[in-house]
Design a protein around this ligand. Sequence first.
Ligand code: AGP
Length: 612
Amino acid sequence: MCGIVGYIGTKKASPILINGLLRLEYRGYDSAGIATIEKNDISVMKDKGRVKNLYNLKGIDDLTGTIGIAHTRWATHGKPSKENSHPHIDNSKTFSVVHNGIIENYHELRKFLGDNGYTFYSQTDTEVIPNLIHYYYSKDNNNDELKFLRAVRNACKELKGSFAIEVICKDYPDNMIVVRKDSPLVIGKGENENYISSDIPAILSFTRSFYLLNDLEFVILSRNDAKFYDIDLKPIKKDTKTIEWNASSAEKDGYDDYMLKEIHEQPTAIRETIGSKLSENGKCDFEDLDFTKEYLKSLNKIYIVACGTAMHAGLAGKNAIEKLCKIPTEVDIASEFRYRDPIIDEKTLCIFISQSGETADTIAALKLSKEKGAKTLAISNVIGSSITREADFSIYTHAGPEIAVASTKAYTSQVILITLLAIYFSQVLEINNEEINNLKIEILELPKKIEEALKTSEIVKEFSKRVYQEKDIFFLGRGIDETVAKEGSLKLKEISYIHSESYAAGELKHGPIALIENGITVVGIMTDPKLVEKTISNIQEVVTRGAKTLIITNQNIDINGFDMVIRIPNTSPFISPILSIIPLQLFSYYISKEKGLDVDKPRNLAKSVTVE
Ligand code: AGP
């Protein structure tokens, strides 16, 4: 949702903060602001609109402070406006705060503070935080070095909901306090300086050495130090973790957009995710997992829980686990799962997929599953992210940082990882057959086949130019191809704003076919040789009714009579989503470009959905 940056060191803070915000803008982009300490006073500069607008603010170049906090917003409480932008400041102008998350009890806190003489200028939930900190600060007569920390801690004890916050105080010009609860925040350690950010890529060009925070750990930062405390203000020892991603992986590297770059990074992302998990001799190894045959045999069900694209990767996982391991597997949307009282016990394994590892609904679903006694396994792209810290087991995709809001390489990496997990389960269960052996061979050949699939780019672009002004586009598929239809449709709507639906091809005649009329565009995905005849019949039904058709199929499937047929390399149906989604990712991308939209930052969306 929102993005947070902070700096404390020897350099002028403002350019570092704005630069960091630009890199975090994919998290939210309706307003932005910074606050620095200038000669023992707090200066706040902010405005509605994109981060780059900050460069035009009067006086921004005159800031010389070497400590500051910054924020790019995705509005939840209060419309995008200058007043609602962060940083927020308390009535006495002693504290300034940036916040990511939602304060659920802000009405009560506002009332409490109002009764104590505080006034408010914004409609945000956040504005209560600096005032609450001030409330506790003004009541504390002990003027020692921990007074600032005590006030922040006492205020945080009152907050319900989720928060990652940075606080500066004009009475403590050499310190900043940060804390998180159910919202992401990392600290990057430099030489005589510390950086703070909502996620790692934004500050990767400054350091690879990171402190990863647990919920309700309070940090007092100074130039040379980071002191950690628990909720009782007992000191905690914490070591840094070195992050292997390199800085250029968070840059555009000559591509027009991050999304296009990330689409083209898929051969590498898949190669890295396979890593040493599958060796040439066919052995599948997950060194962090030690599931036994008895445990897997005892399972009555596996749940795969996730949101959006990650949930679509889960559908491919269900297909692989059920077919290869014969364990009943259900896929659920995290926001539904958490409120529908799912039937879970110690014989249930719950798998959670999240690129960011910070998605609020997925984290809540994980906590619920643990409470109900299930074993939990997290699949994430971000080491140390919240779901990986909550789960009993964690495994990682190695897609590198994904910056574009529309997920591409994270999705395909999730599909390959969960397929490898299914192979690992089959190995533990001592199930061995030709289908599995063939799948292993295909997995090792996959990066090269992705490179082939990327060569469809030009014909996809050509077709996109023909249909970019459409109002509705339908996606159809059967079996594993239906999961790709879902993902293709989501990708299209999120970055092109074209209304799109996906259907199981056989469902068409049970209702949706009423929407098909002359000139409407239908995308058919048919890669599974066993089902292709059936899907062709369904697509013929829309052709008869005047639809324009784009077909994604394999090289060895013989079909004609459609407006455009795009062929991807043959592979095992278990991993065909990784190839068949590529032309569809490109399709969405080129339509969005043709419409002149911001591909990487589509309207109303944010990369990481850290609120419910
Ligand atoms: C994908 O293009 C979307 N941006 C979105 O559906 C995303 O996959 C979803 O919000 C889940 O995010 P996560 O993987 O970080 O949990």
